[in-house]
Design a binder for this molecule. Structure first.
Ligand SMILES: [Zn+2]
Length: 486
């Protein structure tokens, strides 16, 4: 279950204390027995066909806030996420980047907790906190000793409606975001290529715009824009609260009631359908920026789980991606990097978990004695093989076992579980999809992989971007990374 790669994740502050937290969160321990809760208000979600890892307690407050609680007592830690259903795919032209700018402003104070207090209080309580913005959601989280969870919950509830957005702070933070854009995109040739690629692959899908926003939109963004965005989308009925770890679901229910129940429900704006127009032929672009090496991105229009008519297709594409790029024995690295020495790196992935249909993407750097066009041809040869020859049983079993094992391994982390539940809810797939994932991957056949290769990896649905390196100005001093927090 792969995340979207293009999300803007805040860089966490490293510390010894945090490494210990991560160690605790990542501990490998045998599965815990299912805990049963007698609270009648709490609906226990469990998969009936096989024993679930642990049950998820799920309920909705009267104001529309969706709450998911998962108990996991391996370490005295709690992870809390709050997910808002808003991201760059909700933004209109001229306002790109506003979701991410608002994410920054969420740390800039409320009436109750002025600027700086949010971070100070959490730090004093030994918490790790952060936030990220993606195309489909904006999320905030805290990792904290479970007996101090209420500190974090009070702060999150307070900033759901209480953020002040002071104009002076906004002005400063907008500059921070612009610096972030320069550093993460404009000074990185592969990121620039990706941004141009995405904008050309889509005509009217909002996935065409970057999460960080176009610079011209950032230049013209006002505090009024951020305030309107906040009022519109930051409401209990547009959010999912996920709590996982060493917590008692009944106590969490009471805590959630205490801090969130008084926040009023609002009427959410109606989202217009923005269905991407059908692609009717190959699109190809060149990106000329200062760079040391060339770079290739190829993306094929593909279905997502939420809207696919055939629900198995996105899973088949995910397994297909693993056949090509799932570990050191996968086809692309074996053929193109090690055997033919055409590429120094090459990868394939499918984005099927978004709110809207996305792409099956290849990217790579040609080897020194090769070229982008050779790399593209070699990738197309691998695609043709998938269309004409069935993947053998042996290879398919190995790839599926690997895909499932890596997911199961990741799920050992409380934080991973909480984040998967939250993002699945936020894009409209529902957290229970997580329980079905392993079965859905295991059910994919070689014939289905061949069928999706033939149906989707076709030239009429393809967009290609080639980075053509330009001379790097020796006068240009490479600035050190800005101290980005969000
Ligand atoms: Zn940021």
């Amino acid at each position: 279950m792969k995340y979207k790669t293009h999300m803007i994740i805040t860089l966490a502050r490293p510390s010894l204390h945090l490494s210990l937290l991560y160690y605790l969160l990542g501990l490998t321990i045998l599965l815990l027995p299912l805990s049963v809760n007698s609270d009648t208000q709490t609906k226990i979600e469990a998969k009936s066909t096989k024993p679930p890892l642990t049950a998820v307690h799920e309920y909705v407050l009267d104001n529309g806030l969706k709450v998911l609680v998962k108990q996991d007592k391996r370490a005295p830690i709690a992870v809390m996420y709050i997910w808002y259903k808003v991201g760059s795919s909700y933004e209109q032209e001229g306002l790109t980047g506003v979701s991410h700018v608002l994410e920054h402003m969420m740390f800039k104070g409320t009436e109750k907790h002025p600027t700086g207090e949010f971070n100070r209080i959490l730090a004093e309580n030994g918490a790790q906190d952060n936030a990220f913005t993606s195309q489909d959601y904006t999320a905030y989280y805290e990792v904290i000793a479970s007996d101090r969870l209420e500190v974090a919950m009070e702060l999150e509830a307070d900033r759901m409606r209480g953020v002040l957005l002071p104009p002076e702070e906004f002005k400063k933070e907008l500059e921070v975001v612009k610096e972030e854009r320069r550093w993460r995109t404009e000074d990185k040739p592969t990121s620039m290529t990706y941004e141009q690629f995405q904008a050309n692959a889509f005509i009217n899908s909002p996935y065409r715009t970057p999460v960080i926003g176009w610079m011209t939109d950032l230049d013209n963004m006002t505090v009024k824009d951020a305030r309107a965005w906040y009022k519109k989308w930051y409401t209990p009925n547009n959010a999912t609260l996920v709590v996982a770890g060493d917590v008692e679901p009944e106590a969490i229910h009471q805590m959630v009631q205490k801090h969130f129940a008084s926040i009023k429900k609002t009427v959410l704006p109606e989202l217009k359908v923005q269905k991407e127009v059908k692609q009717i032929g190959l699109r190809s672009i060149q990106v000329k920026v200062p760079a040391k090496v060339p770079y290739l991105i190829m993306g094929y229009k593909s279905p997502n789980l939420l809207t696919a008519k055939e629900k198995w297709e996105p899973y088949a594409l995910e397994v297909l991606a693993s056949v090509l790029d799932g570990g050191s024995s996968a086809r692309l690295v074996k053929e193109l990097v090690r055997k033919q020495e055409i590429a120094t790196s090459v990868s394939a992935s499918h984005s099927g978990y978004g709110r809207l249909p996305d792409l099956f993407t290849f990217s790579g750097i040609p080897a020194k004695n090769s070229s982008v066009s050779n790399l593209r041809k070699a990738i197309e040869v691998e695609i043709d093989k998938l269309k004409t020859q069935l993947v053998s049983n042996e290879e398919l079993s190995r790839v599926k076992a690997q895909t499932i094992a890596s997911e199961v391994y990741e799920r050992d982390s409380i934080k991973h579980q909480a984040s998967v539940m939250g993002f699945l809810e936020s894009v409209g797939l529902g957290h229970r999809l997580m329980d079905e994932y392993v079965d859905n991957i295991a059910a994919i056949t070689a014939q289905q992989i061949q069928a999706v290769a033939k149906k989707y990896l076709i030239e009429d649905g393809l967009t290609v971007a080639e980075l053509i390196p330009q001379a790097i100005d020796p006068q240009k001093v490479h600035k050190p990374a800005p101290a980005l927090r969000h």
